[in-house]
Design a protein around this ligand. Structure first.
Ligand code: UD1
Length: 350
């Protein structure tokens, strides 16, 4: 069996690493990795392949940053060419980025079976480009690999239950593996001088492209009771001249995936607009404050482990002063989702 894996952005490298590792246990499967080039800076891309020991991409389509339409269109054109050349049995796409949608759309149109890993997530906010990418990808893919029971129930409501399979969350597989790797590689003091801090990330279009929201978030950061360590996405960095932030905000370049695990494991709480980080915080039992108006990972909200407070300065500060989560339960599988994905594909594509 020949699998074409299509990736392009940071969170996809993390998810694909888990499945690539599993594929190596199946000698009859060949994996061909296609990198769209959506993320291209060394710290946004290459460092992920190196640290997570993902095989070098067989194709790098070097699409880069553009408007949504142009970026997606360039991907469609370039992915199609490669798929015609390599003729895979199945295309694997991950998550909800423009690379996900472009991969799925190209493949189904030329009748190549398509599998979507991390299917069924919904924020019910159509202003998010990711929400559009998810809904479209789920509706056209042949196999939907679903992380949670809640996501399964949403797919059922959309009439997609027959194509869906609950496998658990690949990010949980990944976290277990990466915690182990990180332990041997990095100490906290290799990464930061801080020992008591909040860990933050900000990169969502809804926050970065709205001056008011960005300002509120940074004002809240500057007034928090502990320093805020902020590995900063290049998108946000380019807009920072518009906001004032004080000494409490410690900005660093984006960090590698293993360093991020160390920072996460040692922080007192997380403030983020990322989907993946909310869940990683939850899985490591770190309280999270989500800088969005809603979250797809609704299980994390139980017992005050996470709160979606938006970009409201007062709500951010209030929630941060009120971090006392209750009982904790794992909703994200048994750490063997990659194995389930590959076994299922072997069965259906035999
Ligand atoms: C994308 C995903 C988002 C995901 C995020 C992970 C979409 C619609 N969004 O957002 O769901 O959470 O990746 O990080 O696909 N840039 C660089 N260097 C890079 C990449 C980007 O400087 O290597 C800058 C450019 O100014 C670019 C901007 O970041 O215009 C946005 O990049 P883009 O790939 O469009 O989306 P992300 O914000 O990274």
């Amino acid at each position: 069996m020949k699998i074409a894996t299509i990736v392009g952005a940071r969170p996809q490298f993390i998810k694909a690493a888990v499945v690539s590792r599993e594929i190596k246990n199946h000698p009859g499967i060949e994996e061909i990795i296609i990198h769209t080039g959506q993320h291209y800076d060394v710290e946004m891309s290459k460092v992920f392949f190196d640290e997570l020991e993902i095989p070098e991409p067989d194709y790098n389509l070097e699409v880069g940053s553009h408007s949504h339409a142009v970026q997606t269109a360039m991907m469609l054109e370039r992915i199609e060419k490669v798929l015609f050349e390599i003729k895979p049995d199945v295309v694997l796409v991950y998550g909800d980025t423009n690379s996900t949608l472009a991969g799925a759309l190209t493949a189904v149109k030329i009748h190549i079976k398509t599998a979507h890993v991390e299917a069924g997530l919904r924020s019910f906010n159509d202003k998010m480009p990711e929400e559009i990418n998810r809904k479209l990808t789920d509706s056209i893919s042949n196999y939907l690999f679903v992380p949670t029971k809640h996501a399964m129930s949403l797919l059922q409501k959309e009439g997609l239950a027959e194509r869906s399979m609950l496998v658990g969350d690949v990010m949980y597989d990944s976290l277990l593996h990466n915690l182990n790797l990180a332990k041997d590689k990095f100490r906290l003091s290799d990464i930061t001088e801080l020992s008591d801090y909040y860990l933050a990330t900000v990169h969502r279009q809804e926050n970065t492209d709205d001056e008011e929201r960005l300002k509120n978030i940074f004002e809240a950061f500057s007034e928090l009771d502990k320093p805020v360590l902020l590995p900063l996405h290049p998108r946000t960095k380019k807009l920072l001249n518009k906001v004032d932030y004080g000494d409490n905000v410690k900005i660093i370049d984006p960090v590698s995936p293993l360093k991020m695990v160390v920072l996460l494991n040692n922080c007192s709480a997380v403030l983020t607009d990322s989907g993946g980080l909310q869940k990683e915080a939850f899985l490591l039992k770190k309280p999270c404050i989500t800088l969005r108006d809603e979250t797809e990972w609704i299980e994390t909200l139980n017992n005050n482990w996470n709160a979606a407070v938006g970009a409201d300065k007062n709500k951010i500060l209030k929630q941060c002063n009120n971090l006392n989560p209750g009982d904790w339960k794992n909703y994200y599988g048994d750490g063997k989702s990659a194995e389930k994905i590959i076994n299922h594909l072997k069965e259906v594509l035999r």
